[in-house]
Write a protein that binds this ligand. Structure first.
Ligand code: SF4
Length: 163
């Protein structure tokens, strides 16, 4: 990693911008994100900001179970986030479908089968502290050049998305 890349990596760790995607959530996980912006957790003081566009994000935060309708949106948003990037899966739904498993509109597959997930934050829903910790871990991986997409790009010269 050269000097410029190192500076960019440090600034990313200090100030990771987050793009949030609800893939089919009951909103329970999303409600737990809101306290991060309150004075109690004050994630912005740590440089963590939520942004509406994936094109300005470093980390994608995905909640909810994967559905037939959200599949393409997940792929599109992941592709729009510039590299290097990290993915944080929020709650039990992205892993297993959780309480929605078996529904005819649910894909029945893990988020990891669509995009490379770097950090799983367990819980139904996870507490705000756990979400903050997951974001911090993803930012550390970005700084170290150790996100799955970064590693896969290095190894395969590809886009970092599982085939
Ligand atoms: S993990 Fe629980 S709280 Fe979060 S979206 Fe799924 S059902 Fe809702």
């Amino acid at each position: 990693m050269n000097l410029i890349e190192r500076v960019v990596a440090i600034s990313r760790r200090r100030s990771p911008w987050i793009c949030r995607l609800n893939a089919g959530s009951c909103n329970g996980c999303d409600i737990e994100i809101t306290p991060l912006l309150s004075p109690r957790y004050d994630a912005e003081q740590l440089g963590i900001e939520l942004h509406g566009t994936p094109k300005h994000a470093d980390i994608v935060l995905i909640s909810g179970t994967l559905t037939l309708r959200s599949r393409q949106a997940i792929l599109d948003i992941y592709d729009q986030v510039p590299s290097p990037k990290a993915v944080v899966a929020l709650g039990s739904c992205p892993l297993s479908g959780n309480v929605f498993a078996g529904s005819p509109l649910v894909l029945g597959q893990s988020l990891d089968s669509l995009v490379p997930v770097d950090v799983w934050v367990p819980g139904c829903p996870p507490r705000p502290q756990a979400i903050l910790d997951g974001i911090a871990r993803a930012a550390s991986l970005l700084e170290e050049g150790a996100t799955r997409s970064q590693m896969e790009s290095l190894l395969e010269g590809g886009q970092g998305r599982p085939s």
